[in-house]
Design a protein around this ligand. Structure first.
Ligand code: FAD
Length: 357
């Protein structure tokens, strides 16, 4: 295990802003990780765990302690059998450092359903339980069986079964009640061999309209390709050279409102002769489109605020237009939050993790 000093963090993130890590170590094995944690404890250094860096805003001052980049690999299928009957559950045990989309690709190649709609999401496998990653009608909590983690409080490795992870919309114990306590080492997913693709979202149903009319379902591979294509059109797929994806993905969560708040919002909208967008998947929980709120508060796609801005393809993606600092991104975030609150009385909650602020 090598511990480096003064390592720039911006290139290790998709938003590409922020300063240096005072100390930095990349860990491929669990024992190396435990050694690095000892190093930090002995020097009383604060720890930050880095995955693929796709959900982060790193402060311009960087991180004053040790950054642990998790690079634990390996995808195994302990109970898989080539004679598996369709519909059988297949358990995938995946190292936290594996690239998420590589795992999805492998699951699809093995004809296992459950994560196909999560194709194209950047970042590491270890990052997915943290905010219960979700897209196009699937969330990782639908398929996570358990999470293997180093418990820094008890100083031992534990296996947390799904109910212990406290999954909710973009939330788990890892980013709420137990933030900073666990370092995720492996995630175990239960997928379904030969299962049908999930086509809950209108975008996907429209894409496959012709097939669906004939009562045919697309394959998992076709669903994966469609999701990646739709994501690309929205700047939500990392495509080298596309400035619109120098982002941290969606910068704000869709607000979940009470009955009362929802009615008040609908009344405000109708007073302006506007109709709130309605999606069955959102309506059930009074979840309102944050993108709609942003766009109807004076911030359109392609909005420019100095070196920061909004993607030309997605109103929720704040982008680094080239040489932005973290402070530029934070300034724009605050401007948008203020604008939405003024217009609609709703405070948008940011989705990325702010590091070193
Ligand atoms: C273009 C783009 C599109 C995106 N689309 C989506 C989307 O559709 N849906 C969605 O939910 N998200 C989306 N995201 C956000 C992001 O990709 C996910 O949240 C992803 O799971 C973050 O994983 P990561 O490995 O990059 O984590 P990082 O960004 O490195 O870290 C995020 C948080 O997780 C913690 N963490 C990471 N790894 C570990 C570990 N091994 N143990 C403990 N804690 C850890 C970090 O400490 C930090 O708090 C998108 C981002 C981008 C840039």
């Amino acid at each position: 295990m090598t511990i480096q000093e003064k390592v720039p963090l911006a290139p290790l993130t998709t938003l590409q802003v922020g300063g240096d890590a005072r100390y930095f170590a990349e860990l491929k094995r669990e024992d190396e990780l435990q050694e690095a944690v000892k190093f930090a404890k002995s020097r009383e250094l604060p720890l930050f765990v880095l995955g693929g860096g796709s959900n982060l805003v790193i402060a311009d001052s960087g991180w004053p302690g040790l950054v642990l980049k998790i690079a634990i690999g390996g995808i195994t299928t302990p109970n898989a059998n080539t004679n598996d009957a369709p519909g059988n559950a297949v358990l995938f045990s995946v190292g936290a450092g594996v690239n998420w989309d590589d795992f999805v690709a492998q699951a699809v190649v093995q004809n296992c359903a459950g994560v196909e709609c999560l194709s194209g999401i950047p970042g590491s496998v270890g990052g997915t339980p943290v905010q219960n990653v979700g897209a196009y009608g699937q969330e990782v909590s639908d398929t996570i069986e358990s999470v293997r983690a180093l418990d820094l409080k008890q100083d031992r490795i534990v296996v947390l079964p799904k109910p212990a992870c406290g999954f909710r919309y973009r939330s788990s114990i890892f980013n709420s009640t137990e933030r900073g306590r666990y370092i995720i080492l492996r995630v175990n997913y239960r997928l379904k061999r030969g299962g049908p693709p999930s086509l809950k979202y209108a975008d996907l149903q429209n894409h496959f309209a012709a097939l669906l009319v004939g009562k045919k379902l697309p394959s998992l591979a076709e669903t994966r390709d469609a999701v990646r294509e739709i994501r690309r059109s929205k700047g939500m797929l990392i495509v080298p050279g596309d400035d619109d994806c120098r982002s941290a993905g969606s910068f704000f969560k869709n607000p979940v409102l009470s009955d009362e708040q929802f009615k008040a919002l609908a009344t405000r909208a109708s007073a302006q002769e506007l109709v709130l967008p309605s999606y069955p998947a959102l309506d059930a929980q009074h979840k309102v489109s944050a993108a709609w709120l942003v766009e109807h508060s004076g911030f359109s796609k392609g909005y420019v605020a100095g070196a920061a801005g909004i993607s030309h393809k997605h109103a929720l993606a704040l982008i680094n237009r080239g040489d932005a600092k973290a402070s530029d991104i934070v300034e724009l975030k605050e401007k948008i939050q203020h604008g939405v609150q003024e217009a609609w009385g709703i405070l948008l909650d940011p989705e990325p993790v702010f590091v070193g602020f």
